[in-house]
Ligand binder design. Structure first.
Ligand SMILES: Nc1ccn([C@@H]2O[C@H](COP(=O)(O)OP(=O)(O)OP(=O)(O)O)[C@@H](O)[C@H]2O)c(=O)n1
Ligand SMILES: C[C@](O)(CO)[C@H](O)COP(=O)(O)O
Length: 229
């Protein structure tokens, strides 16, 4: 039987957590690396489970760590754990396949964005509930952005007013996400990209600074400063 949180919730959250964390450096799968003494995945799932609309959480774990992740999360929240795949997109597809009938809003949220707050899950879900087929949280780009050639020579300056940095959780009507993954040809770095390829509009909502992706050691140091005291 699939684990459930709020039985009246209309949201399932998929948590891809099967990545190696190569850019973070040696130390095991990234989702299991410690932030303030707890694995990133525990921080992420605790915040997902605190969002009132969430009924179901499915985690895609490193295949060799499925039992360990089940054990780790047993005291955090009711969670279904499946083995992830070789690419993020495959991990999301495997988690999606494990969502039981019921939730019609699906959010996809990187374990690596371990400090995304519960209200961000609610705001993305609310926009989907209001009729948007696909919703992404974004932040403005604050740096000047240059396009460069292979030799590092600048080709031009990009108009940053039209650019946004994209976060997770990304939210979708269930049928939209299922069709996007079923029709996927080639791997993309986010799920909204698959939906865009189907010609379906993707809507932006305000992102959150705490939803930063922990990719490199510097990001882990920043995240440590953001932990509640
Ligand atoms: N095969 C994979 C690869 C990535 N992910 C997940 O997708 C999210 C975003 O990926 P990223 O932050 O790039 O993580 P890694 O792939 O682990 O990082 P790296 O590229 O440095 O190895 C992470 O929560 C990661 O665990 C996944 O579930 N399955
Ligand atoms: C989904 C994502 O977090 C949105 O910013 C990002 O695209 C993941 O990319 P990565 O290449 O797996 O780091």
């Amino acid at each position: 039987m699939t684990a459930q949180l709020n039985p009246r919730g209309d949201v399932a959250v998929l948590v891809p957590a099967a990545g190696a964390g190569v850019r973070l450096g040696p130390g095991g799968p990234k989702a299991l690396r410690l932030l303030g003494g707890e694995p990133l995945l525990v921080h992420a799932v605790r915040r997902v489970a605190a969002a009132p609309s969430v009924r179901t959480i499915v985690v895609a774990a490193p295949p060799s760590e499925v039992a360990a992740v089940r054990h780790l999360l047993a005291s955090v929240a009711a969670v279904t754990v499946v083995a992830g795949g070789a690419e993020r997109q495959e991990s999301v597809a495997l988690a999606l396949a494990a969502v039981p009938a019921g939730p019609e809003i699906i959010l996809v949220h990187d374990a690596a964005r371990a400090l995304a707050p519960p209200e961000l899950f609610e705001s993305v879900a609310a926009a989907v509930r209001a009729g948007r087929p696909a919703v992404i949280p974004v932040l403005p780009v604050v740096d000047t952005v240059k396009e460069v050639d292979a030799g590092g020579v600048v080709l031009g300056t990009v108009d940053r007013s039209a650019l946004r940095a994209v976060q997770t959780p990304q939210g979708f009507q269930r049928a939209v996400l299922a069709a996007a993954h079923a029709g996927a040809a080639g791997a993309l770095t986010d799920d909204a990209g698959l939906v865009e390829k189907q010609g379906i509009p993707v809507t932006c909502v305000d992102g959150h600074e705490h939803a930063l992706k922990i990719t490199r050691p510097f990001d882990l140091a920043v995240a440590t400063l953001l932990l509640p005291s």
